[in-house]
Structures are given as C-alpha cells and as structure tokens.
Design a binder for this molecule. Structure first.
Ligand code: ADE
Length: 252
C-alpha cells in the first residue's frame, strides 16, 4: 500500500504541510510528533526530525518500521554551494553525499564504510515525475501566488530556477566562504548543502525505500547565511514546502 512519509528538519519547514492533512492524528515517539492523515486521498505521515544526520536517520527509521511508509519525501532548505544558484531556487537531489564522512586512509574520502558507496541515488522515476510536477510552480507564477510577489521581492527572488543535481549533507552549518570553497573543491558537482538528506538517503537505500530530497535555497552558505537563513525559515520555507507537496501529490 502506498503511504508517503513527508519529512522536514524544522517545524517551520512542515507546519504548512500538516495544515493540508485531512483527519490528522498525532502520535509521539522518541520526542517526535508523527501526524498521519490524507492529502488527495493519499495516506501520508508528516514529521520534523530536528537537525542533523542522527536525528534524520532515527526519524526515517521510525517512519519505515513503525509507520510502514512505502516512499519518502524530504522537504526543507539548503545553503547554495554552486555559484549559479540563488536564494529561492529549488533543488531536487540526484545524488546525496555525506560531506563529513572521512575514514581516510582506510577508505576513500566520503565512502560510507562497508557499503562501498560514496553517494546514494534518488529514485530516477520519481525524480523525473517531481521535475515535471514542480516546474509549473516556477514557470506559471505558482510561487508568486503562493508566497506573494512582495515577499519574494524582499528576498531578492525574481524568477526562481529548478535544478536537478547533487546535494551534500553533514553535521555543520555553513557560514563562510572558506567552508563553502573547501566543499566545492572536494566535490565540484555539489549544488547545495544541508544537514539531513544523505542520512535519510542511506537508510532508505538500506531498506530499498525510494526517496526524494527537495530543497529550497535559503542562503548562500557564506558570511551572510546566519542572517538570511532564519529570515527565510520564518517567512517562506513553509510555503515552498506546501507548494512542492501539493504539486507532487496532484501529479505523482
Ligand atoms: N541549511 C540551510 N542553509 C544551510 C547552511 N548554510 N549550512 C548547512 N545547512 C543549511
């Protein structure tokens, strides 16, 4: 049976999604609140994990074992690493790296010990559907209707772009150009950085559960990020999540 787990790292990333649920019911486990219900007659469980790889791994594990999810969508924010990305852009993760995994000299940098992998790949079919589903949000004034042109302008968001590519996760908030350049130099294909996606991806790989990680750029992972990030979280991240979930559950 189809049951979709919808995760974020912070309440602000998923509050709006909980608001979409028909017949919401709450269960609290491990200091997390799981809200089940339906969207468009599709069964979903929504939860925020808190920040970081451990919190995300524990949460996805519970979604799989206790709530029997058949697929997972993670929606939240990320800092831009690739210079072509702007605040307000959306990234669908293709390959998920753990940038802080480093067992050298025993293994190559980023290799996940004993799995023989340096990244986890999202489901190709779901990625293609997500791209088609989310495109109208960007092209047809979808975001302007959802968030308001004035608020978007406040963040300097003009016409957001949709990117498909690689995401790096680790237990670090990126807040300066030195950190950012270091990651860019060691993993040049990385589009953005966050703190949970690749942990979710690893557990989903281990249990053969298809996943999608979709991130909105909240900051440029630079000296300005400690100001940009909280503002974006407060004002727009929930609305982006609502838009993304609505698009996906209408079209997938
Ligand atoms: N999530 C959003 N912005 C981030 C940043 N700058 N570093 C890590 N995770 C983030």
């Amino acid at each position: 049976d189809r049951i979709i787990g919808i995760m974020g790292a912070m309440p602000q990333e998923i509050d709006g999604v909980i608001g979409l649920l028909q017949n919401p019911k709450e269960v609290t486990l491990g200091m997390r609140t799981y809200t089940s219900g339906t969207i468009n007659n599709i069964d979903v469980i929504v939860v925020f994990s808190r920040w970081g790889k451990v919190a995300a791994a524990a949460t996805i594990s519970t979604l799989i074992h206790v709530f029997n999810v058949s697929e997972v969508l993670f929606t939240g924010v990320a800092g831009a690493i690739d210079p072509t990305l702007n605040i307000g852009d959306i990234v669908i993760g293709k390959r998920l790296y753990q940038h802080d995994m480093d067992a050298r000299p025993l293994m190559q940098q980023f290799e996940i010990p004993l799995l023989g992998k340096t990244y986890f790949e999202s489901d190709a079919e779901k990625l293609k559907h997500a791209k088609e589903a989310i495109n109208p949000l960007i092209l047809d004034n979808g975001l302007k209707n959802l968030i308001g042109e004035g608020v978007l302008a406040q963040f300097g968001i003009n016409t957001p772009n949709l990117h498909i590519g690689d995401i790096a996760s680790g237990d670090q908030f990126f807040a300066n150009n030195k950190q950012k350049e270091q990651l860019h130099n060691s993993l040049p294909t990385i589009l953005c950085v966050e703190m949970e996606g690749a942990a979710v991806a690893q557990v989903c790989h281990e249990y053969a559960v298809p996943f999608l990680i979709i991130r909105t750029i909240s900051d440029a992972a630079d000296e300005q990020s400690h100001i940009d990030f909280p503002l974006f979280i407060k004002k727009v991240s929930s609305k982006y999540s609502v838009g993304i979930v609505k698009q996906l559950l209408h079209q997938l």
